[in-house]
Every structure is written in structure tokens, then in C-alpha cells.
Ligand binder design. Sequence first.
Ligand SMILES: [Zn+2]
Ligand SMILES: [Zn+2]
Ligand SMILES: [Zn+2]
Length: 433
Amino acid sequence: MSEDVSDQYLVDAAPTAFLHRGIYLLPCGHHVTADYLRAWCQYLLEQGQSRFTCPRFSKSRNKTCGAVLPYQSICQRARLTAEQQTKFEEILGALAAATLCDYKHCPGCHSNVERANPNNLCVHCTVCSAKRAKPFYFCWQCVREWKGPLYNASKCENEGCRPRQQESSSPSRLVLCKPEYKRQMLRNEQDDIYPSLDKSPSRKRLALLINNINFKHLEVRMGAEKDEENMARLLKDLGYDVVLLRNLTAKGMDTAIADFSKREEHVQSDSCFVVIMSHGGPTGICGVSYRKQNDNEKDMFCTNKIFDHLNTPNCPGLRDKPKIILIQSCRGHEEGSVDVHDSVPDNTRKEHREKDFCCLRSCTPNTVSYRHPRRGSAFFQEVVEIFYNHAHKNDIEELFRKVLKKFKETHPDQMPCKERTTLSKKFYLFPGL
Ligand SMILES: [Zn+2]
Ligand SMILES: [Zn+2]
Ligand SMILES: [Zn+2]
């Protein structure tokens, strides 16, 4: 289902939206599962985008398709429930209002004034300027005559003019790295350290976060929102744009990771994170339709696929760059304290096909992972805490060792597990730089 279809096929097949087994054909000719399409559109909405685009990788054009999808075709193919559709329409309506009706009543003449530059709070009123025979400006934020220097983006100098509360306004707890430390490390370690791009508009770090919360046949993962919030914030603080997708099937996860691996941004990045949160078992990570009947498992995602999609031949954009994978899920029903099973990393692949990976899983094989209904999982709570406090001076493997040490000391029933690590150099995050 990852192939591009020819134009001929597109024309022939376009009228039939439904193909088979929950896989749909989009107007652009790409195939997609309903869960992935729904999660992708939800992500776009949360990014403040009011246009839906195709998330699939186009082989013929060697880039993300990006074709604009009509709302009707989303509703039809993403199989939105009535409730989801109402929510979608509400957000869409608000977004449209915000973009289309970007005008306010001028405090001088009460006429509607449109804002030419959305990044400038200082707005010029032509009516007042003509009447007064001198330029009249007002503040888009407090809607009073402008005071102070023009072209001040965040506030004017009227008393009480404040920027609206941003969603993530709480200061980051991330301890930042000092530029001298980075310079010194790069000089001392040289070839033993992964190249790190400095913060700039041309650096485009991407992270993928998949969070399965609601399942058809399994219990809701209470506390998963907290994990999602904490990890998304940490990744943003570390300079990654987070693609956040919720409630995917195994097929949806597979396609989402495949598309993510082809994103053009990776070429301008120095690393990537893939974070997956779900229920799980010895054979893999559960999709939202997971079901087990007579030892026959349906909708189980095999973690090998993450490594396949991001390996050197399939993901040239991340060649020689560290790819960090974090997985929170159970891997069986045993408690970590009685676990005697050794984890055997799958090293059957040639080294150069698969390299520069580091994967930390929330527990050892066959054991359970614990999650608090309000605080989130023990795993992500500790990961976030250790990254915030130590990423400015430790490389990723030392950070992971600290996570393991924390579990050894304080969580007797669970032990995270580093797997399939093929980092040949040290990976420093150099937070803030
Ligand atoms: Zn497409
Ligand atoms: Zn006016
Ligand atoms: Zn103001």
C-alpha cells in the first residue's frame, strides 16, 4: 500500500473511495487508513492549520504529497463519528474566523480595520489618519491609540497592554548547555561525537510521537495525556518539531513511520526522536483495534518495523545521524522483579544497513510497565526529569544509564531496557544551542 499509483489508475479508481480492509483511496491517488488520516488531520488542526493535506510520501515526486484534501473527503474517509465531526467543524470554524476576519474596530473612528501584517500589533488606520491629517496607529492587542515605538511586536506602551497568555507559557525546566561546553566537547571528542547543527531557521529537527489512548477492546490508558504533554514539551524544548498522532492501528503506525522517515526536513536535521506510547505484549505494540482470540493476535505492531523504516536504505535523510526511539508499553504480564529473561538484541542485520540507533524501552521483555492515572507512566516521568536536569552535560547513553539507575533505586518492579543500540559516537543534545 505504499506504492504510488499511476495517473491511469487514479482516474479509474477515484470514484471508489473504499478499497478493502479499512484502506481508503484519497483524491490524489494515495492510500491511507481511516485512523491515520483522522490522527493526521487532528494534528494539523492542533498546529492551527485549516487546510488538510495528504500525509503520504509521493515516490514519483520524491517528497511528501501535500495535496489539499477537501473536507468532505476527510469526513467520508476518516470515518469520523458525529462527535468527532462536530469537534472538527468547531475548530475549523474558529480557525477560519481567525484567518478570514482579521479586523478590529479602530478606537478613533470605530470603522473596521484589517491588519496587514499579522506579526505587527501596531495597526495604521487610514480613516483617522486622513481626518487628523497625520498618521494614526492603534494597538491590536489593547485596542487603544498606539503608544511607544512603532513596530513593536509583543506590546505597546499603554498601561496594562499584555500579550495574551500563550499555551506553553510556563518557563522550561530544561538546564541549558553553555556554548563554551559545546565548543570544548566538539574540540576534545572530535570524531567520537555526532555532528550537532547549531540552532538556526535552517535547522529542521523533527520528532514523531504516537500516543494510543483509546482502544476498541482494551482499557483506556489513563495518564497517557500527561506523558504526551511532558514528552512533547521536552522535545520542543530540545528543538524538535513534534508530529503528534493519536490512536493509530498497527497499519496506521506503520504508514505514519514510513511517511515520517521520508520527510524532507531530515536532510536539514542532525538527529530524530520517535516516541511510541501504547499497550503492548511480548510480540509488539498494540494498535487501537488490538484483539487476541485463541492465541491469534490482531492489530499488533512489530517494533522491528521502526528500525526498518528509519534504516540507511529507507531513510537516507537520517544517514549517519542518531535516531532515538523511546517506547512505553508492557511486554508481557510478569513483574520486573521476578523477570529472569535476558533480552537478546536482534543483530541479524548488517551493521551498515542499520546504524546510529538507540532505543530505550520502558521495561525488559515479558514484563509490565507501570502508569499512574494522573501523573503518567513511571518511565516518561523519569526520562523527562533526567533529560531536563542532565542533557546539558551528558550524552544520550549516559542519560539512559541514569534512567536505569533511577529505576534500580526506586522502582523494584520495573527496569527499562536499552535495545538494538548502534551508536558509534556519543550523541549530545546541547540543549538551547
Ligand atoms: Zn497524496
Ligand atoms: Zn480610525
Ligand atoms: Zn496595547
